[in-house]
Design a protein around this ligand. Structure first.
Ligand code: HEM
Length: 199
């Protein structure tokens, strides 16, 4: 399992690096870099949403594709980590080459974003069996539940602002809203059945 996870991470970083090298070597401008920042966050949000809503979806739609969604949750979680690491790397380029984004960012937003990255890397690390087995199932569930909801909140807030403030990104806002709806429906239905919904 560890080998397939590492292969996935390396291939995705290689492809992102190739694409960025091609475009940024030809059009190394602030606007082009901002397109990479926004698209890295968008693809990260899509992989995150698929991983975070997989079990809720599989609870309501019994089909091979929802079962596969649950089976490949670790791969989608790690893909989220790769694309959102690219978001951070491109932000670093923006900071040092064009615009001091970290200096100008509101302290609260920076702290919220940084905490999301801490959760993201802890969740990615504990996806690997070696580190997962070092935690109790309860601690692992708690880390991935609290971390998942915190990351969801930052994405939801970003796309809520884009939808309301700029009349853009309605699809992404709808995707993050669907995740909320499915997880709450899953929580309520499992509580009504007397179970728990920690995954
Ligand atoms: C740690 C510090 C972070 C900083 C300084 C930061 C900064 C930025 C900046 C400057 C943009 C706008 C790029 C542009 O379109 O011009 C952006 C976009 C975005 N960021 Fe981050 N970000 C951070 C962390 C995060 C985190 C942790 C998340 C989600 C978990 C996130 C989600 C997004 C999303 C979804 C967009 C696109 C929003 C849109 O299209 O309007 N960011 N970020």
């Amino acid at each position: 399992m560890t080998k397939s996870y590492l292969r996935l991470i390396l291939v995705e970083f290689f492809l992102i690096g190739l694409l960025a090298a091609f475009f940024l070597s030809n059009y190394y401008t602030e606007d082009c870099l901002r397109v990479f920042i926004a698209w890295a966050a968008k693809l990260a949000a899509l992989f995150f949403s698929l991983a975070f809503m997989a079990s809720s979806l599989a609870c309501f739609i019994k089909a091979s594709w929802t079962a596969d969604l649950v089976k490949y949750r670790p791969h989608m979680g790690l893909s989220f980590m790769v694309f959102h690491s690219a978001h951070l790397i491109f932000l670093g380029l923006l900071q040092f080459q064009f615009h001091p984004v970290f200096d100008l960012a509101a302290r609260k937003a920076l702290m919220g974003g940084s905490l999301a990255y801490v959760f993201m890397y802890m969740m990615a690390l504990t996806t690997f069996p070696y580190f997962k087995n070092k935690l109790s199932q309860k601690t692992w569930n708690r880390l991935h539940l609290i971390g998942g909801w915190w990351i969801w909140l930052i994405f939801f807030r970003s796309y809520f602002k884009a939808a309301i403030g700029r009349n853009e990104e309605y699809l992404m806002f709808a995707a993050l809203s669907l995740v909320l709806f499915l997880r709450l429906a899953y929580l309520i239905s499992s509580r009504m059945k007397g179970g728990s919904s920690t995954d």
